[in-house]
Design a protein around this ligand. Sequence first.
Ligand code: MOS
Length: 735
Amino acid sequence: MKFDTPATTNPIDRLKVVGKPTNRIDGPLKTTGTAPYAYERHDVAANQAYGYVVGSAIAKGRIASINLDDAKAAPGVVAIVTAADAGTLGKGNFNTAKLLGGPEIEHYHQAIALVVADSFEQARAAASLVRVEYVRAKGAYDLAAAMDTATKPKASFGVEADTSVGDFASAFASAPVTIDARYATPDHTHAMMEPHASIAAWQDDKLTLWTSNQMIAWSVGDMAKTLGIPKENIRLDSPYIGGGFGGKLFIRADALLAALGAKAAKRPVKVALPRPFVTNNTTHRPATIQRVRIGATADGKITAIGHESWSGDLPGGGPETAVAQTRLLYAGANRMTAMRLAVLDLPEGNAMRAPGEAPGLMALEIAVDEMAEKLGMDPIAFRVLNDTQVDPEKPSRPFSQRRLNECMQTGADKFGWARRNAKPGSARDGRWLVGMGVAAAFRNNLNGPSAARVRLDRSGIVTVETDMTDIGTGTYTIIAQTAAEMMGLPLDRIVVKLGDSAFPVSAGSGGQWGANSSTAGVYAACVKLREMVTEKLGFDAATAIFADGKVSVGRRSAALEKAADDSELVAEDKMEYGDLAEKYQQSTFGAHFAEVGVDAMTGEIRVRRMLAVCAAGRILNPKAARSQVIGAMTMGAGSALMEELAVDKRFGFFVNHDLAGYEVPVHADIPHQDVIFLDETDPTTSPMKAKGVGELGICGVAAAIANAVYNATGVRVRNYPITLDKLLDKLPDIA
Ligand code: MOS
């Protein structure tokens, strides 16, 4: 089915099942510990051996020699794989560094060997006996030091490095009110609960991987490219994923090494990356240094807006697209954005939790707060004044929907913004300095082609099959809701099967495109199934109503399962898109509010309240979406106050590579959160009229907290995370 004109009324609009705050259908499996995660799939293949990864102890250079004698002689060892004996390996489109390194080493903890043994303990013990001599080379590990060497990167995923409209330089120079400030965001790690894990088994030349992966089709393609075998010979199965956050968009060393280990051991092999490897062996969100310049008239109209961002990556990698939102968020006739990329020899940078906008808004939305203060304006009024209903870089393109101002105003009412004192450091609650902050939330909506297969059996059960993944987002549930709505069935008549490359190719989970795209694919398949049903029952397809388990036209009616009496009906289709996303800028909007208390004596920062107001098209399941946004707000609080990979700039690795040293918020850090969804539908996105919302929830949160800390204390911190040491000597005198 092709979606090329805005949606009109369709069966989803009945909202009997879609749009309801339904519990997750996979919830019981997860809460009882019976959902099979990759490493625990003991029953999928007999005689599983255990692989343990050996990671490079240097960040850059080469292996001079590798001695496996002791490891091979260790108890239980079945096989050892290194680049020297793994045959010729290619590299996937989505990998920057090789997943099995050697003799050249590209980053610290790059995998250089897999030791396979009968037990995990034997594999781990033997791995410690692998003796490696390295020749260390000089690497670059410090973004600030490498900034001057940064160059203009090529377009990444269609995002150009530079844009320019009007004459930014002279408009900024002549603006009566300006700010020019620099901000820094650190490297972040995904820190998902479930580390990367895979079980591999070969049957002749056919490989099956039970793994944990967000993008099944990408990963089948990359595995085929890496191993040099046809895609058709690879099956990936990833029905449950214990968090990905962008770290599982691609195949990683666990999957490749399990496959190579299973080949060498001639039996199934399972590999999980130990926790430190999640940090240094896989991808991370790269640090940025950002410069934001804004010029405005004395009454607050932006006349010039410029945003530059520097980040680093391994050779061949890409930039953190931190300027992306600045191209679209505020009006202003003269504009420039630019990204520069330095070569750094740290582990590979890549997508994490709203890549681009999340770190970009951490800078831009402090700058907007600073500008409002300089203008003597309320930060909400300043944003509202500079709203735009068209793409400011291409004014002929309207936004499909843009209710940023309404998000701001709704949130202001709900949060009690009027009680905020604009003068920093003026609100006190005992020992706490109290402040409120706000920031805009913005994230683009993306739609991707997505296919599904639906089966109707004679008992009236509809089974949906698609390679779409559920990374904890609620995909199982919203897909079931979609099929139930389309077929006129209650939710308990729907079975959803996900994550298997044997199923039709979906959009996958990434970039908050999953919910709208994958349900649109299910919609398309259900339209086909409805046609098969009406034909079978001899009903007019155009006027048939599917409701309450029945199909009816006028006074004629039949049970749905009647259509499958003699044989199961199977329909498959794919939703594809025309140019509506070019004609209309499809984005999601929101407003984040935060209230913080800062201990006047110690500088300790506590978040006291948070509110998000989101405008993101139809909300398919308000309960699941709310959970997404609350999780995202929690991540935003983490990036504001805690999350930071410490870089060892001498040896080139992330030091705090575990969940003790890399801090993320816990319950006690997050006292109260509220989420409001504006009631809207966007008919330009798909027949579902939905958009992404998960990543919107993180975008802007950190700046709202930073602005609240400023409002509480009068101390402006421009490099994240905002830890108490950055406040302490600047806090108001309390003596
Ligand atoms: Mo997302 S960071 O594109 O999984």
